[in-house]
Design a protein around this ligand. Structure first.
Ligand code: FES
Length: 317
């Protein structure tokens, strides 16, 4: 964790705040990969993940875009209403969970609203390295579309789909994905409904799972409720401790109740910071960061959301 200074705030579109961060001494920041995000620590212990949208070759600044969420539990509302230029923020080093595939013949980006932020840095990388790409940018209206001017500079590879300009009022999945070519990788970041549609359509069309990439920022309350279930026991192998996990609490909450405080960040299965190795037992995964292969292997789990199918789970803590 380290402190950075807010050097610029800019309204990028309706409800979207652009934030520029620089090192306190103006020195170079830690490098990042296109699609990377940072954890931003806010008041009252809140931590939120935000993607870096600037060119990954820049070392003097990080740029974030933050959408004001109607259901904000404090993160985006705080940034939109209280943050000022010159303020200090505590952030983590960049991490990449939504990176570009180096095997892809070409890249197709599908962004919904504020989901454009990680994709913008990916596009900048593709453009600089002359890798073929196209963007489908789905927005409610152009007034809500952040970074439009920057995107228009990329020319015909950018396709904007504004709901208020179409008869149906929603993007047509066949237009977004109808002509995906063999070897093309698809990256989607945006509302859950859009990502579900892209995932279902991709599977129906036989696009290999490894060629479909998703980045989630939030989990709906219904999805969080889904990750509760029956009670079980978690055994902490290194500490030699047994903890009961109640039906309505997570493994992480149970450990905290028993005085064990492992690292965590999002508490929603989105960031991978609470990942723990599984030594025995069967896992019921509820995270959004492990690949299908990783989940099937059962070698690790996110203790903030995932649970046990077996009566007992032995983990490496
Ligand atoms: S704390 Fe983020 S995945 Fe568990």
């Amino acid at each position: 964790m380290f402190q950075v200074k807010v050097t610029r705030l800019k309204r990028e579109a309706d409800g979207i705040l652009g934030i520029e961060l620089q090192a306190l001494d103006g020195a170079a920041l830690a490098p990042f990969e296109p699609g990377a995000h940072i954890d931003v620590h806010l008041a009252d212990g809140l931590t939120r993940q935000y993607s870096l949208c600037n060119d990954a070759s820049e070392t003097d600044r990080y740029r974030l875009g933050v959408g004001l969420s109607a259901t904000s539990r404090g993160g985006s509302r705080y940034l939109h209403t209280s943050l000022r230029e010159g303020d200090l923020l505590e952030i983590s080093a960049p991490r990449t969970l939504f990176g570009l595939s180096r095997e892809a013949a070409s890249h197709r980006f599908i962004a919904g609203g504020i989901g454009i932020t990680p994709i913008l840095s990916m596009i900048r990388w593709c453009d600089r390295h002359a890798v073929p790409w196209q963007l489908h940018y789905c927005v409610r209206s152009r007034t809500c579309a952040a970074y439009l001017e920057e995107l228009e500079a990329f020319g015909g590879s950018v396709h904007v789909h504004a709901n208020d300009e179409s008869d149906s009022g929603v993007p047509d999945i066949h237009v977004l994905m109808g002509d995906v070519k063999p070897g093309e990788h698809v990256y989607c970041c945006g509302p859950g409904g859009l990502m579900d549609a892209v995932s279902h359509h991709g599977q129906r069309c036989g696009i290999p799972r490894d060629n479909l990439h998703f980045e989630r920022f939030t989990v709906s309350p219904a999805q969080i409720a889904d990750s509760t279930g029956r009670a079980f026991t978690v055994v902490l192998a290194r500490l030699g401790k047994r903890c009961e996990v109640k039906a309505d609490e997570s493994i992480l909450e149970s450990l905290e109740r028993h005085g064990v405080c492992p690292p965590f960040s999002c508490r929603e299965g989105l960031c991978r910071s609470c990942e723990v190795e599984v030594l025995a037992g069967e896992v019921e995964h509820h995270d959004y960061v492990l690949s299908e292969e990783e989940q099937t292997s059962g070698r690790s789990l996110m203790i903030c959301v995932s649970r046990a199918k077996s009566d007992e789970l032995v983990i490496d803590i």
